[in-house]
Design a protein around this ligand. Structure first.
Ligand code: ADP
Length: 155
C-alpha cells in the first residue's frame, strides 16, 4: 500500500499523461491567407482554432473563432484582410512541448482562458529562436485524458 490518498493518486496519474501521447494534428494556415480562407479552413477541418505560420513555416500566431467573427463585423471585405492583421501573435502565444504533462497544459488553458495550445519544437531561425508547429492540445484532448484516467480505475 502506497499510503497515498485518492486525490494524490489521481494527481500522479494526471501528471503521467503526456502531450506526446494525446496531441491532435495542428491545422495551419499561412499568414498571407485571408480571413475568408481562414473561415473556410475552420469549417473544412472542423476545428475551433487555426495556427498561423510565417514564410519560414514557423509559428507566427493563432486565430480563434471569435477573432474571425470580430473581423467579419468590420466594413472591409474578408477576402481582403490577411489573417496576420487579426491574429494573436508571437511572442504572446502560449505553447507546450511533447514532454509536458496534460495536467500542466490543462492549467495553461484555464489560466490563459483559451481553448487551444500549439505543440511546438524549438528550432534555430538564424540567430533567433523559433517554433516549429507539430501538434495541438485542446479542451477535448484534456477531456480524453480525463476519461482515460477515470476508465483506468476499477470502480
Ligand atoms: P474564442 O476566441 O473563439 O473563444 P479562445 O478562447 O481560444 O477562442 O481565444 C481567445 C483569444 O485568445 C483569441 O483572441 C485568440 O486569438 C487567443 N488565443 C487562443 N489560443 C491562444 C494561445 N495558445 N496563445 C495565445 N493566445 C491565444
Amino acid at each position: 500500500y502506497s499510503g497515498k490518498s485518492g486525490p494524490q493518486l489521481l494527481g500522479d496519474l494526471a501528471r503521467k499523461k503526456l502531450v506526446k501521447d494525446f496531441k491532435a494534428l495542428p491545422v495551419i494556415i499561412k499568414e498571407s491567407s485571408s480571413v475568408y480562407d481562414a473561415v473556410c479552413t475552420l469549417f473544412l477541418e472542423d476545428v475551433g482554432t487555426l495556427y498561423v505560420s510565417n514564410d519560414q513555416g514557423h509559428l507566427a500566431g493563432v486565430v480563434s473563432r471569435k477573432d474571425l467573427l470580430r473581423a467579419m463585423l468590420g466594413k472591409q471585405k474578408i477576402e481582403d484582410i490577411p489573417v496576420n492583421i487579426i491574429m494573436s501573435r508571437m511572442p504572446n502565444i502560449v505553447v507546450c512541448f511533447l514532454e509536458d504533462s496534460i495536467y500542466e497544459v490543462a492549467k495553461k488553458l484555464i489560466n490563459n482562458q483559451i481553448d487551444s495550445i500549439p505543440v511546438v519544437r524549438e528550432v534555430k531561425a538564424g540567430d533567433r529562436q523559433a517554433y516549429e508547429i507539430i501538434g495541438r492540445v485542446t479542451k477535448t484532448t484534456v477531456t480524453k485524458a480525463f476519461v482515460e484516467i477515470a476508465g483506468d480505475q476499477p470502480v
